[in-house]
Structure formats: structure tokens, C-alpha cells
Design a protein around this ligand. Structure first.
Ligand code: FMN
Length: 132
């Protein structure tokens, strides 16, 4: 099982319809591929935790990185393990900017937090996902 967490920036503003399309794409592909995780969107930024079998992850990660909808990737975690970090079925999209205007990613799991203490930032992210 491989888990990747990364931040990226949208190349153009995404409407709720764009995000619904993206969610649909993920739902179509990720279930059958046994890919799971969470995709957070907030004011033109993405934070995705994606995990699944090694070979499937290699292909999907290449596809995601080639996607022109986003750029400036910053991988904050890339690890192999026996189990998934997050017990999810499929990919869940959470749009933080839809609920709160001017929202930002919770400070507990920004890039700097992952750089200084990845375990703690990951725990904060997992707790956030469980609570939403
Ligand atoms: C931030 C972001 C996250 C994405 N995550 C996934 C994902 O988890 N699963 C997925 O199938 N596609 C995801 N996509 C879409 C893929 O990049 C790609 O468009 C999709 O898999 C279709 O690929 P294809 O055109 O090569 O068939 C994501 C795109 C973006 C912008």
C-alpha cells in the first residue's frame, strides 16, 4: 500500500461544477482501482491524501501530476506500508471554500507543519477528515 499526501495549486479558478466533475472522475476511477483518500480544496489550493496498491498508485500519480488543472506540487508524505492511513471508501472531496469564504487549510496541517513533524500533521489531517 502506498500513501501520498501533496499540496498543489489550481491553474485557474474552479467553480463548484468543476469540482463536482472532478469528484465524479475520482468516483468512477478510484473505486474499481481500490484507491481511497480525501481531496481537500480551499481557495484554489488542493491537499490530497491518496492511497492504494503500489502499481495502481504509480499510474494514477503520473496521471494526477500531468493534469493541467493544477501545478506546483509539494509532496509532504510518500510512504509504503501494510495498511491505509485513512479508512475510507473511494475518494472524498471536501471543498472548504464552499462553506466558509476566505477559508484556509487548518494551520495544523500546512506544508510547514508536515516538514517539521509529519506524524503530528498527519494525525491532525486524519482527525479533521474523521470529523467532516
Ligand atoms: C487535485 C486533483 C486530484 C485528482 N485526484 C484524482 C483521483 O484521486 N482519482 C482520479 O481518478 N483522478 C483524479 N484526478 C483526475 C486525474 O488527474 C485525471 O484527470 C483522471 O484520472 C482521468 O485521467 P485520464 O484522462 O488519463 O483518463 C485528480 C485531478 C486533480 C486536479
Amino acid at each position: 500500500m502506498r500513501t501520498i499526501i501533496y499540496f498543489s495549486h489550481a491553474t485557474r479558478p474552479l467553480s463548484s461544477a468543476d469540482l463536482i466533475d472532478l469528484e465524479r472522475e475520482c468516483a468512477t476511477n478510484d473505486g474499481p482501482l481500490r484507491l481511497t483518500g480525501v481531496l481537500l480544496h480551499c481557495d484554489g489550493r488542493f491537499l490530497q491524501l491518496i492511497e492504494g496498491p503500489k502499481g495502481v498508485m504509480r499510474d494514477m500519480w503520473a496521471r494526477i501530476q500531468a493534469d493541467p488543472r493544477h501545478e506546483r506540487f509539494q509532496v509532504v508524505l510518500d510512504r509504503h506500508g501494510r495498511q491505509r492511513c485513512l479508512a475510507m471508501s473511494g475518494m472524498r472531496l471536501i471543498d472548504l471554500s464552499r462553506d466558509v469564504s476566505g477559508a484556509t487549510f487548518p494551520a495544523a496541517f500546512n506544508e510547514a507543519a508536515f516538514a517539521s513533524d509529519a506524524r503530528r500533521a498527519l494525525d491532525a489531517l486524519l482527525a479533521f477528515c474523521r470529523a467532516h
